[in-house]
Design a protein around this ligand. Structure first.
Ligand code: HAM
Length: 425
């Protein structure tokens, strides 16, 4: 595309989804709807922007996501708003606000755009799309296993099988669990403060666990430290073992990775991620875990939460070839010559469209019947209907199958027959 001074380009980190690729998006979205419904999930749609406060409180003030990656702006009414960088906190907000917890448990899913100010690269966008699920129900390890099993089933149904599932436990907020581990990190780093990156110096005070997720390598000072998985309290250890037992029961293949750190603060106990082997550096296909406490923190009842979200762009990059390719073209393409034929074609098109058929035609008087019939081929029409001067004079329509070339003449007033011929493909 030549650059013109008048041309405005899509904003960095965003892209258009073009007609020839949209079939793959539909394929993934429809599979998600079908699979999630079988597990009792219902769809929810929430606004793309929310009060900034929701994310600061929901995701955690000390996370990179909140500190560095949010699209936050002040609107004309002086409110601080943020384009949603994720959808767990908004779904909890919506469920609380709309009384969805009145009858207890709820299983909800969503599909839509999210926004993060990150450095764009293959599979990492500033506007990207997530398909996600949230199960709000009492904390039972069988729920963790069931939802993880569903995420695997979803990928399998998409034909994405070269994947790796890792699980870990983030512990909980009891004093002898995560809090004790925070103390261990602080102790281990007390003599390395000067060597830490500026972010980690702050994290050491405010949120030491985040140092495990440092992109600048500060984690190296913690290599000797036992992992949180080894140090968590007996409640979390039992929960993790039970989750693993249920995963085994469901024959889910996984690996335990004590180094797995998720980028959001709301997680407790089980966390998991599935990576795709065909993706590059940005290989996380989906991730999630348990987040008990978030519903209550946002004003709801003391109900557990477990969910995950998957990046649609990454799913689409991982689909096997040929999946969701554009289907065949129109049922019928009408090639006309002359004004009388055009008017007749319009009426035929209207009638057949009413009967559910996909009909296209081209009123351009400059193009010959031959050019129009070439166009029918390009559009991959199944049938072409010729309506030239000869047909108009004789009161007939000439119908031809695009593949076999068999030609039939139909009485111009017999639209029932035309519908039958074209409809019975
Ligand atoms: P997350 O790991 O931040 O989790 O994002 C989930 C998935 O979204 C990632 O695994 C990745 O596929 C995709 N993703 C994230 N950032 C980008 C990006 N910049 N460009 C393209 N794809 C991206 C969450 O968002 C949690 N809310 C998941 C969850 C739901 N946990 C519990 N319930």
């Amino acid at each position: 595309m030549r650059d013109s001074p008048h041309m405005i380009q899509a904003v960095k980190g965003t892209r258009d989804i073009l007609p020839e690729e949209v079939g793959r998006w539909h394929f993934v979205e429809e599979k998600a709807r079908r699979v999630f419904r079988r597990y009792g999930f219902r769809e929810i749609r929430t606004p793309v922007f929310e009060s900034t406060d929701l994310f600061a409180r929901g995701i955690g003030e000390g996370t990179d996501l909140v500190l560095k990656e949010m699209y936050t702006f002040t609107d004309r009414g002086d409110r601080s708003l943020t384009l949603r960088p994720e959808n767990t906190a908004p779904v909890v907000r919506a469920a609380v606000e709309n009384g969805l917890f009145r009858h207890g448990s709820n299983r909800l899913y969503y599909i839509g755009p999210m926004f993060r100010y990150e450095r764009p690269q293959k599979g990492r966008m500033r506007q990207f799309h997530q398909i996600g699920v949230e199960a709000f129900e009492p904390n039972e390890p069988s729920v963790d296993a069931e939802i993880i099993e569903m995420s695997v089933a979803f990928l399998t149904e998409l034909g994405i099988t070269a994947t790796d599932l890792v699980i870990n436990s983030a512990g909980c907020n009891l004093p002898h669990c995560r809090q004790a581990y925070r103390g261990l990190i602080q102790e281990a780093l007390a003599s390395h403060v000067e060597e830490l990156c500026p972010d980690c110096r702050r994290r050491l005070r405010e949120n030491p666990l985040r140092i495990l997720d440092c992109k600048a390598g500060c984690r190296r000072f913690l290599n000797e430290l036992p992992t949180l998985l080894e140090r968590q309290g007996p409640e979390c250890r039992d929960h993790f073992n039970e989750t693993r037992r249920h995963l085994d029961l469901l024959e889910v293949q996984y690996r335990v990775d004590p180094q797995l750190v998720r980028g959001l603060d709301y997680y407790v106990q089980t966390t998991f991620e599935i990576t795709g082997k065909s993706l590059g550096a940005q290989n996380a296909l989906l991730g999630g875990g348990r987040y008990d406490g978030l519903v209550e923190a946002l004003g709801g009842p003391p109900l557990g939460g477990f969910g995950f979200a998957s990046g649609l762009e990454r799913l689409i990059l991982s689909l096997p070839p040929g999946v969701g390719e554009p289907g065949p073209g129109p049922d019928l393409y009408i090639a006309t010559l002359g004004r009388a034929a055009d008017e007749h074609a319009m009426l035929i098109a209207r009638e057949l469209r009413k009967r559910g058929l996909w009909v296209e035609w081209d009123p351009d008087p400059e193009r010959s019947l031959k050019a129009k019939s070439r166009r029918a081929g390009q559009r991959q029409a199944r049938y072409i209907l010729f309506l030239g001067e000869d047909e108009i004079r004789r009161g007939v329509l000439t119908l031809k199958r695009m593949d076999g070339g068999v030609q039939t003449e139909i009485d111009a007033s017999d639209l029932n027959r035309l519908t039958r011929e074209v409809g019975d493909a």
